[in-house]
Write a protein that binds this ligand. Structure first.
Ligand SMILES: [Zn+2]
Length: 188
């Protein structure tokens, strides 16, 4: 793992706090991840040629400028693209802003189970989840949603409706939302 002093932001909530305070960034769902890239001076480009190398996304530096390339073929689903971008922002903030080290991500690197033993990749995945689904916002939106669906939804469909509703609200996949809600012990 990287030295703490080499990191630009030690976690996603620190980054969101900075953006809210200094850049008038509104922390609301869905999190505007493209604006975050912009505020950090990261250029985001689509690159179809990544597909032949089986790359989902990558970050590298050209002169001093951080550039994120996204494979449009493997990120056509908006929540997928948002997660890929948030993952690369994670590498930028945690691993490369100061060292100017680049990262290339295959599908395998970005999978939660496959990345478990790679600290850079699992850190970037955790950062992405925390950036797209900040704890306070999850609690706030979760309370609102549960109140409204409790009135109309049948008991047995409650959990699925809740997870899917939250996923829609935050523009993330249901799988990513379910994992986040379990991690925060909001659902069992
Ligand atoms: Zn990565």
């Amino acid at each position: 793992m990287i030295n703490e002093e080499k990191r630009l932001y030690s976690n996603a909530s620190e980054l969101l706090f900075y953006l809210a305070k200094e850049k008038a960034f509104e922390v609301k769902a869905p999190i505007d991840v493209d604006r975050i890239a912009k505020e950090l001076g990261i250029l985001v480009e689509l690159d179809f040629s990544l597909d032949s190398r089986n790359i989902v996304g990558e970050i590298f530096f050209k002169d001093e400028t951080p550039i994120v390339k996204i494979n449009p073929l493997q990120n056509s689903y908006s929540p997928r693209r948002r997660f890929t971008l948030a993952h690369e922002i994670g590498h930028y903030c945690l691993h490369s802003a100061k060292s100017k080290q680049g990262f290339t991500d295959s599908k395998k690197a970005m999978s939660r189970s496959e990345s478990y033993w790679d600290s850079y990749e699992s850190e970037a995945n955790n950062f992405a989840a925390q950036l797209l689904m900040p704890q306070d916002l999850i609690l706030e939106e979760g309370e609102k949603l549960i109140e409204s669906i409790k009135k109309t939804c049948e008991e047995k469909a409650l959990l699925t409706t809740f997870v899917e509703g939250m996923a829609d609200k935050f523009e993330v996949s249901s799988k990513a939302m379910e994992y986040r809600l379990r991690k925060l012990r909001i659902i069992e």
